[in-house]
Design a binder for this molecule. Sequence first.
Ligand code: UD1
Length: 430
Amino acid sequence: MFLGDVELSMEKLIINGGHRLEGHVKISGAKNAVLPIIAATLLGQDQPSILDEVPALEDVHTITEVLRKLGVKASFDTAGHQLHVDSTAIDSCEAPYDLVRKMRASFLIMGPLLARCGKAKISLPGGCAIGTRPIDLHLKGFEALGADIHIGHGFIEASAPEGLKGAKIYLDFPSVGATENILMAASMAEGQTVLENPAQEPEIVDLANYLNVMGAKIRGAGTNVIKIEGRPKLTGRAYTIIPDRIEAGTYMVAAAMTQGNVYIENAISEHLKPVIAKLKEAGVTIEEDIDGIRVSCSKRTKTVDIKTMPYPGFPTDMQAQFMAMMAVSEGNGLVTETVFENRFMHVDELKRMGAHIRIDGRTSMVEGVERLTGCQVKATDLRAGAAMVLAGLVADGETQVGYIHHIDRGYDNLVEKLVGLGADIRRVDQ
Ligand code: UD1
């Protein structure tokens, strides 16, 4: 439901805390891998792309809707987690505000549209709950590839009537979105592109793998230099999305906080090294095998210090969940956020539940308390929402989490998965 410019969710989560999580949970495909990969399907000619392990998330519906606005045929089998995208014909290069404002990642269609159609017009993404999030690095990349950029009337227009040309590009900061947009644009540019200081996240590697399956020639994804040899044409293909390391990390923290014992199927330990290291430091037992990770914890966790960094550093998308864990851990710890400004919105909500946290600039000081108390809180953004659910799982009494449309953007079947592990959580209409 929309009220003016504010989107309100009519549902909330009710959690009764104090249940130990036990059992087995299966991790879905990665949100941050599938969104750029869906954008990249725009590059596929000749035949449709068939994507498997696509999580049933609001963000996936939104980007699929953006593609439909461009004239692309897309059908999503949410139960089967399969998305068919037929981009053989594209009849518009313009993405409207009503969809772009719902999800900044819509801007990921600019690179593929420029490459495929020689032009793109996208509504400016605007602000966001976790900082201003500029797109200057994306635009600098497109310009280096020979595009003209024009900003006005709330839109960004890019055009390259003669086609894009390979270039050497250095990113001032390893932006995930800028790396992805440049990878997609350069895949069909003439000649070679060398991208220095790119983001190295597993989701970048997944996108590069899919582009290579489509016929692109990309080398070095996941390292600090990516080389792309442009190809005149790419073809739609079948591809399976990697598991979501942030969803996995969230269940790992849930198991630790509830002093539970949970096997997290599909979690890839290689992608979760900093999360695993910090959980071990907090006193949690982690056993890794080829299919997943078992997390068990028999006593109250200890606080740790964390500092978010681009991959392979500690992920900013796990910061709020760790803060929830530290809020009930033994001792004092520091949480430093270096990737985003203003990503401490969950602090006030955790404090409402009795947490002792003080913010000083980009650092939060957490003094662990024995117990949190359930109350009404809200999901201020996606991961902040996850943190409130985690806090609710261990709080005394009932916690009500509102604004859960944020959580639905990024967690596939959260309630069902937590109930399967023994949590007392349900979704109700406000
Ligand atoms: C992606 C993830 C998001 C994650 C983030 C960092 C998706 C869909 N989203 O977001 O979940 O939290 O990576 O791991 O994959 N920046 C600039 N100029 C730019 C682009 C970014 O200054 O042109 C800054 C941003 O303001 C921010 C930082 O770089 O402070 C990181 O942003 P970026 O890596 O681009 O994140 P996203 O791709 O938006």
